[in-house]
Design a protein around this ligand. Structure first.
Ligand code: GDP
Length: 329
């Protein structure tokens, strides 16, 4: 199927979906990039793309990388790519910008730092803006991950740019959530605040060359030690690194491998994948419902019902029933 779409004001003929998918599966970077662009643009072709990709995805290990700005996420990602390539793995990197208006520069910085991997055909690097999407991260990131997974990536590193809710969101998307801390950033207090003590499968204390790194490790060990864990539960390790020189990054990979083995043996890998699929179905369904109710543009059935509730003409439960009935038509 040939289709046309506007690109930069021009119209051009794009490749067919089956062709793009088969080229992406062969590992052609341009095809992979094109498919991720379709996700980013919320293209109507996505339904066909996802159907074609479905049988080929489900083997990649997804590693979420989170931490405050400046802690060393992109430096660590870069060093991890080097180490994972050394172990012969095909690697995907997805830098997601869920919110921050300042991330354009940061992403550009990442790209520059990732230059050394730019010519490696076994590495895909992609940044993606999910801001402005209905459902944000929950909607677009899983689909971009599926593209990279189907393209044969053994490991996909998902780095979030920006702070806040994204840290918890990324944990929902990953098999392994890696939390980065560093000395001199007030992370001890922030860690407790942002709830990162609950989400980490692996803690990396970066900038181990700096004063205070040992203190961060001790504080973290103390705080993690307070958590109650079930018998056989995973105990998150703490790994010191100097991302700039790559020191300790091999230990990070060893701990990742240990975590993946635990995920498989405990059944947690399957549980996490199922939970993610559930969230994704829900996000797509909710997006479809909202589109149907038209709450994106102008006055909608939902608006009309809201006015009726305010006027006392109906109640919220009856209004919700009416809305759902409209969807069932
Ligand atoms: P991000 O904002 O979390 O992605 O952090 P970056 O990777 O951009 O790193 C922030 C700054 O910390 C940069 O100037 C890095 O060069 C520096 N940095 C990263 N890792 C280390 C490290 O292990 N030791 C030291 N001293 N500096 C580091």
């Amino acid at each position: 199927m040939e289709h046309h779409e506007p690109v930069g004001g021009r119209r051009r003929t794009a490749a067919s979906v089956p062709d793009l998918v088969s080229r992406a599966r062969e590992g052609q970077p341009r095809a992979v990039a094109r498919l991720i662009s379709l996700v980013e643009d919320a293209s109507p072709l996505l339904r066909e793309v996802m159907a074609a990709l479905a049988p080929h995805a489900g083997t990649a290990r997804i590693v979420g990388i989170t931490g405050s700005p400046g802690v060393g996420k992109s430096t660590t990602t870069n060093a991890l790519v080097t180490e994972l390539r050394r172990t012969g793995r095909r690697v995907g990197v997805l830098a997601v910008d869920p919110s921050s208006p300042f991330s354009g520069g940061a992403l550009l910085g990442d790209r520059i730092r990732m230059q050394e991997h730019a010519l490696d055909p076994e590495v895909y690097i992609r940044s993606m803006a999910s801001r402005g999407h209905l459902g944000g991260l929950s909607w677009s990131t899983p689909q971009a991950l599926r593209v990279l997974d189907a393209a044969g990536c053994d490991v996909i590193l998902v780095e979030t740019v920006g702070v806040g809710q994204s840290e918890v969101e990324i944990a929902g998307l990953a098999d392994t959530t890696m939390v980065l801390l560093a000395p001199g950033m007030g992370d001890g207090v922030q860690a407790a605040k942002a709830g990162i003590l609950e989400i980490g499968d692996l803690y990396v204390v970066n900038k181990a060359d700096r004063d205070g790194a040992d203190q961060v490790r001790r504080d973290l060990r103390g705080m993690l030690g307070l958590a109650e864990r079930r018998e056989g539960a995973w105990k998150p390790p703490i790994v010191p690194t100097i991302a700039q020189t790559g020191q300790g990054v091999d230990d990070v990979v060893a701990e990742l491998e240990r975590h993946w083995a635990w995920l498989d043996a405990s059944g947690e890998q399957q549980a996490r994948r199922t939970r993610r699929a559930r969230d994704e179905i829900e996000a797509i369904a909710v997006t479809a419902l909202r589109a149907r109710w038209g709450d994106v543009h102008g006055r909608s059935e939902l608006d009309t019902l809201a006015v009726a509730v305010v006027d006392g003409a109906t109640d919220p439960y009856a209004a919700a029933d009416e809305l759902l009935a409209a969807f069932a038509d």
